[in-house]
Design a protein around this ligand. Structure first.
Ligand code: AMP
Length: 283
C-alpha cells in the first residue's frame, strides 16, 4: 500500500512540509499542474522521481492565465481521482492552494516575459497567457524552492518561456522538459480533450498525423512551405480552424525555412467546435 501524499493548502503548511523534506537533505522536483491529471502528467511525475529524492506536485487552476472569454470556470476539476493517481505514484507532497492564497487581496505584481514569450505563436492568440504562467510559476518556485521542475514539451513555447525565466531571474532551479505523451491514435493527451464530442475526437488525431507527414516530407527534401501547406489543408479538411501551423527553430523559436538553420520544431494550434488544441513535433 502506498502512503497518501501530504496535502498543503496554506503557505505555512507548505513551508513546514518543504522544510521537513529538505531537512532530510532531500533534493526536490516540482511538477506544476492544473489538475485533471492524465498519463501525460503521470509521465512528468515519473521523470521527477528519477531526478530527485522527493516529488512535489502542485494542483492549481491559475485564473491569471485565462482570458475572461476562456474556460477557467468550466476547466475540468477532478480532485479525487487526481489524488488517487498521485498516491499511486507515491508523490510526497501535493501543493493545492486556493486562489486567495496565491493572489491575496491587493496582489499587484506580475512577471512580463519576453523573448520566447513574444515569439508570435500562442502569444498572438492568448496575449495574457505567458504573463499569467510566468507569474504563477515564479511564485511556485519561490514557495517550494525545488532543485528541479518538470514541464511537458506538449506546451513547447511555455517550456521555453519558463526555462528563460528561471535563467534570467537566477531562480536556482533546473528546468527539465518531458516528451509529449499521446493516445494510441496519436492525439496528444490534454485535460481539454474531454471537451471533444465523439465526432471531434475522431477528427483530432489529424493534427499529429499531418505534422508527422509534413516532417517526413521535409526531411526527404520537400520545401517547408509546401509540406506545411499540405498539412494545413489536411487539418482544415478534417474540420479544424487553424490558429497557426509553423516551423520554428527548436531553441530560439525564430521562424525557420530550412533544416540547415538548426534543429526545427513544427507547432500547431487549432480549434474544432469550442475546443482549442495545441501540439508540436520535432521535424
Ligand atoms: P496542465 O495541467 O495542462 O497545465 O499541464 C501541466 C504540465 O503537464 C505542463 O508542463 C504540461 O506541458 C504537461 N503536459 C500536459 N499534457 C502533456 C502530455 N500529453 N505529455 C506530456 N506533458 C504534458
Amino acid at each position: 500500500m502506498s502512503h497518501a501524499p501530504l496535502i498543503a493548502r496554506t503557505i505555512p503548511a507548505l513551508n513546514r512540509a518543504c522544510n521537513d523534506l529538505k531537512k532530510r537533505s532531500a533534493t526536490i522536483a516540482l511538477v506544476p499542474t492544473m489538475g485533471a491529471l492524465h498519463d501525460g502528467h503521470v509521465s512528468l511525475v515519473r521523470l521527477a522521481k528519477k531526478r530527485a529524492k522527493r516529488v512535489v506536485v502542485s494542483v492549481f487552476v491559475n485564473p491569471a492565465q485565462f482570458a475572461p472569454h476562456e474556460d477557467f470556470a468550466s476547466y475540468p476539476r477532478t480532485w479525487k481521482t487526481d489524488l488517487a493517481k498521485l498516491r499511486d505514484e507515491e508523490v510526497d507532497l501535493v501543493w493545492n492552494p486556493d486562489t486567495d492564497t496565491m493572489y491575496p487581496d491587493g496582489f499587484a505584481t506580475r512577471i512580463v516575459p519576453e523573448g520566447p514569450a513574444v515569439a508570435g505563436l500562442e502569444d498572438r492568440f492568448r496575449p495574457h497567457f505567458f504573463g499569467g504562467v510566468a507569474t504563477v510559476v515564479a511564485k511556485l518556485f519561490t514557495q517550494v524552492r525545488p532543485d528541479f521542475a518538470i514541464f511537458g514539451q506538449k506546451d513547447y513555447q511555455q517550456l521555453k518561456v519558463v526555462t528563460r525565466m528561471a535563467r534570467d531571474l537566477d531562480l536556482r532551479v533546473s528546468i527539465v522538459g518531458a516528451p509529449v505523451v499521446r493516445e494510441r491514435d496519436g492525439l496528444a493527451m490534454s485535460s481539454r480533450n474531454v471537451y471533444l464530442s465523439a465526432d471531434e475526437r475522431r477528427a483530432a488525431p489529424v493534427l499529429f498525423r499531418a505534422m508527422k507527414t509534413a516532417s517526413k516530407n521535409i526531411r526527404a527534401g520537400e520545401a517547408f512551405v509546401a509540406a506545411i501547406g499540405a498539412a494545413a489543408k489536411a487539418i482544415e479538411d478534417a474540420g479544424f480552424k487553424l490558429d497557426y501551423l509553423e516551423a520554428r527553430h527548436a531553441e530560439t523559436l525564430a521562424p525557420i525555412t530550412d533544416l540547415s538553420a538548426g534543429p526545427a520544431r513544427m507547432l500547431v494550434a487549432a480549434r474544432i467546435g469550442t475546443t482549442r488544441l495545441i501540439d508540436n513535433i520535432a521535424i
